[in-house]
Write a protein that binds this ligand. Sequence first.
Ligand code: IDP
Ligand code: MG
Length: 141
Amino acid sequence: MLSMEQTLLLVKPDGVRRNLVGEVLSRIERKGYVIANLKMVNVSTDLLGEHYAEHRDKPFFASLVRYMSTGSVVAAVIEGERVIEGVRSLSGSTEPTLAVPGTIRGDLGRDWGSGQIENIVHSSDSPESAEREIALWFPAD
Ligand code: IDP
Ligand code: MG
């Protein structure tokens, strides 16, 4: 049985600033996934706090929210069979210095020495996260 999924993809402020929106979306499309919804937003710290609720008690939380507030974010709903795993795989691991070449973070990201991990994209990590995050970023849909 087909189990079509949706996931939330964000191009973070560093990705937008570096003009990588097209590059990121192009990789998603070339993989065969469908962009089901798309917008550019200036995000409130309230929304970011909700989005990153699982990290609220981490030492990097304040810095993470600050980084995510440095500019516009592009939010997209991506659709396809096993797309949650697929977009995580395309994104690569969290630290861009170590992310495998061929992935978005591995090809396009690096460490900038700020202490904050800037890694171009976010993608949902489970069906539960995807449902929660899509409702948060696209509430009317
Ligand atoms: P993920 O984005 O690969 O799912 P998470 O562990 O969920 O990684 O962390 C969310 C985001 O928080 C990361 O993408 C990164 O921007 C930032 N982050 C994660 N760990 C650290 C850290 O140790 N220091 C600074 N920022 C971090
Ligand atoms: Mg995560």
